[in-house]
Design a protein around this ligand. Structure first.
Ligand SMILES: Nc1ncnc2c1ncn2[C@@H]1O[C@H](COP(=O)(O)OP(=O)(O)OP(=O)(O)O)[C@@H](O)[C@H]1O
Ligand SMILES: Cc1ncc(CO)c(N)n1
Length: 276
C-alpha cells in the first residue's frame, strides 16, 4: 500500500515553501501527498506580499473530507496563523488520533514576515505540541517557545529538554540560524538520547523553504513506517542534498531542489552523527 501523508499548512505561491514544498517532498519520497490549506500567501523569493487566511469552516471541512475518506499515515502541520486554526487542528488530531504528527512551529518566514500571530503561541504549546510525535523548531522559534536564551551547546540541550517537557515524543532543534565554524548542527532528543546531526555549511542564499521541506521529509519517512531517529537522519540527507542543488531563480532567496537525491544520486552528504 502506498503510504499516505497529509500536510496542513499555508500555500506559497512561489512554490518553494509551505504546501508546495510539502507536496513535492511527499512525491519525491514515494508517498501519496494530500493537503489542507490554512492560508493563501502571496509570496516569492523576495518575501511575503500578502496573507489571506482560509475561514475556519473551510479548514475543518478539508480535514474531515480527507480523513473520513482517504486517511493518513502521517500528518504534518506548518503555517497555522492563529489560535482558532490551531484549535481546529488540535481537535481533529484528538478525534482522528494521528499517531505520526509532525509539528513544525512556523512563526516567521525566511524573509521576516509573520506567519503566526503572537497570541497563538500559547495555543501551540498547550493544545498541539502535546499531541506531536516530533516538533521541529528553528532556533528563534525555540526561543519563543521556551523564553530561554540559546548560545552554548548546553543552552541547546536545556532548551530541547524544556520543549520535550511540553509533551511531544521527540524534539528536533534545527541549527540553520546559528552556524558555527562552517558547521550546521541539528539536535534531536527523544527523552533518552541526544543525537547531534552535523553537516558542513553550504554557502548559498537559496534556502527558501528548507524548514518545510525537512519536516515534510520526516513526515513522509514516518508514513513509510521508519522509526523516528531514522526518519530524521534520512530527512536530513534529503534536505542537505536539496540545498546543495538549490535553484537560483527569482531575485531573492531561491528554493531548494526537492528532486536533488533523485536527479543526482551520487550526491555525497558528509553528515556526522554523535549520540550521548
Ligand atoms: N547554509 C546551510 N548549509 C547547510 N545546511 C543548512 C543551511 N541552512 C539551513 N540548513 C539546514 O536546513 C534545515 C532547516 O534549517 P533552518 O534552521 O534554517 O530552518 P527554518 O528556519 O525552519 O527554515 P525556513 O528558512 O524554511 O524557515 C536544517 O537541517 C539546517 O541545518
Ligand atoms: C506558506 C509558508 N509556510 C511556511 C514558510 C516558512 O518558510 C513560508 N515561507 N511560507
Amino acid at each position: 500500500m502506498l503510504p499516505k501523508a497529509l500536510t496542513i499548512a499555508g500555500s506559497d505561491s512561489g512554490g518553494g515553501a509551505g504546501i508546495q514544498a510539502d507536496l513535492k517532498t511527499f512525491q519525491e519520497l514515494d508517498t501519496f501527498g494530500m493537503s489542507v490549506i490554512t492560508a493563501v500567501t502571496a509570496q516569492n523569493t523576495e518575501g511575503v506580499q500578502g496573507v489571506y487566511p482560509v475561514e475556519s469552516e473551510g479548514i475543518d471541512q478539508q480535514i474531515t473530507s480527507v480523513m473520513d475518506d482517504i486517511g493518513a499515515d502521517a500528518v504534518k502541520t506548518g503555517m497555522l496563523f492563529d489560535k482558532e486554526i490551531i484549535g481546529i487542528v488540535a481537535e481533529k488530531s484528538r478525534y482522528y488520533k494521528w499517531p505520526n504528527l509532525v509539528v513544525d512551529p512556523v512563526m516567521v518566514s525566511t524573509s521576516g514576515s509573520k506567519l503566526l500571530k503572537n497570541e497563538a503561541i500559547d495555543a501551540l504549546i498547550n493544545e498541539l505540541i502535546p499531541q506531536a510525535a516530533i516538533i521541529t523548531p528553528n532556533i528563534p522559534e525555540a526561543k519563543e517557545l521556551t523564553g530561554l536564551t540559546i548560545q552554548t551547546v548546553d543552552d541547546r540541550k536545556n532548551t530541547v529538554k524544556e520543549m520535550y517537557k511540553m509533551g511531544a515524543s521527540a524534539v528536533l532543534l534545527k541549527g540553520g540560524h546559528e552556524k558555527n565554524k562552517g558547521k550546521v548542527v541539528d539536535l534531536f532528543y527523544d527523552g533518552r538520547t541526544f543525537h547531534y546531526l552535523s553537516v558542513p555549511e553550504i554557502n548559498t542564499p537559496h534556502t527558501h523553504g528548507t524548514g518545510c521541506t525537512y519536516a515534510a521529509a520526516i513526515t513522509a519517512n514516518l508514513a513509510k513506517g521508519l522509526p523516528l531517529p531514522e526518519a530524521v537522519r534520512k530527512a536530513k540527507m534529503f534536505i542537505h542534498a536539496a540545498i546543495m542543488h538549490g535553484f537560483s531563480i527569482g531575485k531573492g532567496s531561491g528554493p531548494t531542489n526537492h528532486a536533488a537525491l533523485r536527479l543526482y544520486p551520487d550526491t555525497r552528504v558528509e553528515m556526522e552523527v554523535e549520540t550521548e
